[in-house]
Design a protein around this ligand. Structure first.
Ligand SMILES: [Zn+2]
Length: 391
């Protein structure tokens, strides 16, 4: 058996495929898509035969969802077996129709969503703002496979078919989802001009639209722009010590999970909160020596300053760190500092850093001499977006 971890560069956001194969079977997991690029479509078509076993949208943020909206709008034929996406998940209850006034208000909300332009079919004029929830619900075969129960750190693991390992969920906590619910009720009141008492038909669409627009208007606490600093052990150590800033409520509600098979483990952080994940790892693997050595860690939140803590590295470390997406400020000196300057676990000689969106700081790391990199026990590879392991 072997697995391939593959990322696509798609702007600031994430787009990750995890494909497990043996001689007879393939299981494919797609995690997020910030921007749908033709090469992503080619990969699904040619490498996966148009089939995705698990589509996971980690959380409601535009840089994780916009591309999924485009993908589902343009490829109605994609076969998806399971959809894991925490939106407004209600299993039972009476669902009310939208009143005319509500329809009007929702239409206005939709106008604020980023437009999806159908580039592949050259329909430049066909701009349409839609939600991922709507794309899924409109297609009967996808609607059927959208898991209605919320994914949380208390969800049962998913045992993959053909003895291909399991998925263990580490985030979000129920508390994080409750906070989003409070935020939603407030947004509902503000934008729809009525108190949310009952549940509505297709309320998922309203929920996602309101949450995504709120994100557009929210700015996370700003991080100091530090790419002009000289990179050496002292600066890395200094920034590693900086306190963590608060993460947005949407990010704290991000799904994070481990794929595990025998002694192999891969950590998918999404944009999750490091203390939540550290706690969940301690709870799920109480008897394993810490840090647990993962085959690979997909670093949280594009490597921003507040998304990787020393506490997390003490329980979860790896020889292979993947950064996906990002901006001028992410990956950050704080997160890179924490990863690079933490003492190496026994039997580990170095840590390797891979990324798919360069920024000034990463370029500086690449430009360090081999000797300097050796002294800091790290390697760095640019544009190496794929990693394959035989198990
Ligand atoms: Zn993100």
């Amino acid at each position: 058996m072997k697995y391939t971890f593959k990322t696509f560069s798609c702007g600031a956001g994430d787009c990750i495929f995890f494909v497990i194969k043996d001689e007879d079977h393939t299981i494919s997991i797609m995690v997020d898509c910030g921007q749908y690029k033709p090469e992503i479509g080619d990969f699904i078509e040619n490498e996966l035969g148009g089939k995705i076993d698990y589509l996971i949208a980690t959380h409601i943020d535009n840089d994780h969802i916009d591309g999924l909206v485009t993908m589902l709008r343009q490829n109605k034929e994609i076969s998806i077996k399971h959809i894991l996406y925490n939106c407004y998940q209600r299993i039972t209850g009476n669902f009310c129709d939208w009143s005319e006034q509500m329809k009007e208000n929702v239409k206005n909300i939709y106008c604020e969503l980023p437009v999806v332009v159908d580039m592949i079919n050259q329909n430049i004029n066909e701009k349409k703002a839609v939600t991922l929830a709507e794309c899924i619900l409109e297609n009967e075969s996808w609607a059927k496979v959208w898991q209605r129960e919320y994914i949380t750190d208390e969800s049962s693991p998913i045992i993959l078919d053909h003895n291909m390992g399991k998925i263990v969920f580490l985030s979000p906590s129920n508390d994080a989802l409750d906070k989003l619910d409070v935020k939603y009720r407030k947004l509902f009141w503000q934008n729809l001009y009525k108190q949310k008492i009952e549940d509505f038909k297709k309320e998922e669409t309203i929920y996602e639209a309101l949450m995504r627009i709120a994100e557009l208007n929210e700015m996370e606490e700003t991080e100091e722009y530090i790419s002009s600093k000289e990179i050496n052990r002292t600066t890395l150590k200094r920034y590693a010590e900086e306190p963590l800033l608060k993460m947005s409520e949407n990010n704290v509600a991000s799904i994070a999970f481990v794929w595990e098979y025998q002694n192999h483990k891969v950590l998918f952080m999404g944009d999750a909160d490091p203390s939540q994940v550290a706690t969940a790892i301690r709870k799920n693997y109480p008897n394993e020596e810490k840090p647990i050595l993962f085959d690979l860690i997909k670093v949280s939140h594009h490597g921003s300053a507040h998304s990787t803590s020393k506490e997390l590295i003490k329980v979860a470390d790896s020889e292979m760190y993947f950064f996906t997406g990002g901006s001028g400020k992410a990956p950050s000196l704080q997160t890179l500092g924490r990863i690079i300057t933490t003492d190496l676990p026994d039997d580990v000689q170095y840590r390797e850093i891979r990324y798919n969106k360069p920024n000034k700081l990463l370029k500086k790391l690449v430009e360090l001499s081999d000797e300097e990199k050796d002294m800091l026990n790290f390697k760095i590879k640019k544009s190496e977006n794929s990693y394959e392991v035989s198990c």
